[in-house]
Design a protein around this ligand. Structure first.
Ligand code: OXD
Ligand code: MN
Length: 600
């Protein structure tokens, strides 16, 4: 096919990659339905995709990955900044020239026997001031169809690239060249030691090799919209955060915009689509994973969701936990590593009902019976769903100007110690809360080992494109720039358990009660009580009406566990020491102030 662009920079780059990777052919993608249908039909033909039942799950497909390729691989993810000290203690680093030499050897001939797809895409509404134009080159048709849902794939982006002569190049290969006559595997990928997810932040360049899964391969998401974008944002004075964005509207019609950071698989998608149980209040979704935020002309912070779809964790998604996510993937969806039922629908653990007919084809592509006790869906199995299929998508979700953020929420999964909600004393205190957020680990990353508590600044540990100390400083700098227009900061923990393992808080829709308290605080409607860790609700202000929650459970949820915090503080100090002399002085001041309050 003739290239649909005359932009020399782009043509030169595509030619260079073609020469290096030697695909059988090059296909320029246009994001059309025809293209989507054609690639799906080809993948059904080769056995890579399973077409689901048209009546039950219209226009939807299931895929099973290789059992070795099921999640992001943090141990093989690199920030190859020119200077090692710029990558910081949260990132793996290799000298960029050395890494390129290593990867060029792997890329040499790596697309043999395959098609090289060139995908023009925008992160953010096409043409928006906050959006970025990019090109992903990939040899995976699975990546192309997922990118159709997750990003804005369009030839209009080529027009913008011609005007600006600027794009973010993203190169991806599954790393599995095919010899003449060799049959392809269902999910081609390279062994772990050959996988590289590489970022060159000074060049805004992404090179990924060896994995076909999620954030390793859909390069607009974690690689571009978080790692590269956070480095750009740090240089340019804006923010790229691992945050959902929602609009919470009061019965009087007053809108509050909330951006919330939680580590992977801590319920960001559920919160983004929450069904409010506070009468008259409603949530609308703007994004479920990533927020790009810039100060606007009025001095407030405006956020857009750079993505166009949801790449949500399937297990646990049910009519009870997140009916809106289920509705989003009722049609036109892609499922990866779930169970395909006998009647060609999908099922996963904790979907709210037993697997129809007692089993199906599991994520490893084997016959599977639920009675076996084995998991049928991988814990990190995913649905890829169009954001505009979400019944509660906010009418302004694609507003190129974004929405003004009133509230930042941080949190993590802590079964003990951390109470249901507390508010920061100031924006700087909020920056500290975000910097020291901690969680018990999840299944979204392959290789965290056996750690019990993971400090996860701003839920960005695997996604910060530069030194974490500079990252924290950037938050303080943004606070200074925003002044009294900075969002109010809160910390939540929906995951407290009793000693005998019972959840203390119902969570899900009832989390709206906590959001409502935050809005009342912003509005100045309610006072708060000052505690050692922050400002907390006065009894009665956080509405519990209609909730069956025992007084002692509520007391436990609202308790400030001084001893528990002292222990966390000791771990926190050890963790923060990793940032060396790049740890902002303001963080150390906050640590000292917290310690004094805990001892006081
Ligand atoms: C994700 C993640 O996939 O955070 O969103 O791992
Ligand atoms: Mn995420």
């Amino acid at each position: 096919m003739n290239a649909p662009t005359t932009n020399k920079k782009l043509l030169d780059w595509v030619a260079e990659i073609e020469t290096m990777c030697t695909p059988d052919q090059v296909v320029w993608c246009d994001g059309s339905t025809e293209e989507y249908d054609r690639l799906m039909a080809e993948m059904v033909e080769t056995g890579m995709a399973i077409k689901l039942d048209e009546a039950k799950r219209p226009n939807s497909y299931a895929f099973n990955s290789d059992p070795s390729d099921v999640a992001r691989v943090e141990s093989r993810t690199y920030i190859a900044s020119v200077k090692e000290e710029d990558a910081g203690p949260t990132n793996n680093w290799i000298d960029p020239n050395e890494l390129k030499e290593t990867m060029k050897k792997l890329y040499a001939g790596c697309m043999k026997g395959r098609t090289m797809y060139v995908i023009p895409f925008s992160m953010g509404p096409i043409g928006s001031d906050i959006a970025k134009n990019a090109i992903e080159i990939t040899d995976s048709p699975y990546v192309v169809v997922n990118m159709h849902i997750m990003a804005r794939v369009s030839t209009d982006v080529l027009g913008l690239i011609e005007k600006t002569d600027d794009f973010i190049p993203c190169l991806h290969s599954v790393g599995a060249p095919l010899e003449e006559g060799q049959t392809d595997s269902r999910w081609p990928c390279a062994p772990l030691e050959d996988k590289y997810i590489a970022h060159f932040p000074e060049e805004n360049l992404i090179w990924s090799y060896g994995s076909g899964y999620g954030g390793n391969a859909l390069l607009g998401k974690k690689c571009l919209a978080l790692r590269i974008a956070s480095a750009m944002a740090g240089r340019e004075g804006w923010m790229a955060e691992h945050m959902l964005i929602l609009r919470f509207t009061s019965p009087e019609g007053k809108q509050y915009h909330i951006a919330a950071a939680f580590p992977s698989a801590c319920g960001k998608t559920n919160l983004a689509m929450l069904q409010s149980t506070v009468p008259g209040w409603k949530v609308e979704t703007i994004g479920d994973d990533i927020a790009w935020m810039k100060p606007g002309a009025d001095g407030r912070l405006y956020a857009i969701n750079p993505e166009a779809g949801f790449f949500g964790v399937a297990p646990g998604t049910s009519e009870n936990s997140n009916p809106m996510a289920l509705a989003s993937c009722a049609s036109d969806a892609i499922f990866t590593n779930v169970v395909v039922t006998a009647d060609k629908d999908v099922w996963w653990e904790d979907m709210g009902y037993d697997c129809p007919n007692g089993g199906g084809i599991d994520w490893k592509n084997n016959e599977w019976a639920q009675a076996s006790g084995e998991k049928g869906a991988h814990p990190n199995s995913r649905f890829t769903a169009r954001a505009d299929h979400c019944p509660v998508i906010c009418p302004d979700w694609e507003d190129p100007a974004g929405v003004p953020i009133d509230i930042f929420v941080f949190g993590g999964k802590r079964t003990s110690t951390v109470p249901l909600v507390h508010e920061a004393f100031s924006f700087d205190h909020g920056v500290f809360m975000g910097a020291t957020a901690s969680s018990e680990p999840t299944a979204a990353a392959l290789d965290l080992g056996n750690v019990s508590l993971r400090f996860d600044p701003y839920a960005m540990t695997p996604f910060m494109g530069y030194h974490g100390g500079d990252y924290m400083q950037h938050w303080f700098d943004m606070g200074e720039k925003l002044g009294d227009k900075a969002p109010r900061c809160f910390y939540v923990n929906w995951f407290r358990k009793t000693d005998d393992g019972k959840w203390l808080w119902p969570g899900f829709g009832d989390n709206s009660r906590v959001l409502k308290w935050m809005c009342d605080r912003v509005e100045g409607k309610v006072e708060a009580r000052e505690t050692a860790i922050g400002l907390m609700p006065i009894d009665g202000d956080l509405t519990l009406e209609g909730l069956d929650i025992a007084a002692e459970d509520w007391a436990e949820l609202m308790k400030v566990d001084i001893d528990g915090y002292k222990k966390t503080l000791a771990d926190m100090k050890a963790y923060l020491a990793k940032f060396g002399d790049k740890l902002p002085a303001k963080i150390s001041e906050q640590v000292d102030a917290l310690e004094a309050r805990l001892n006081g």
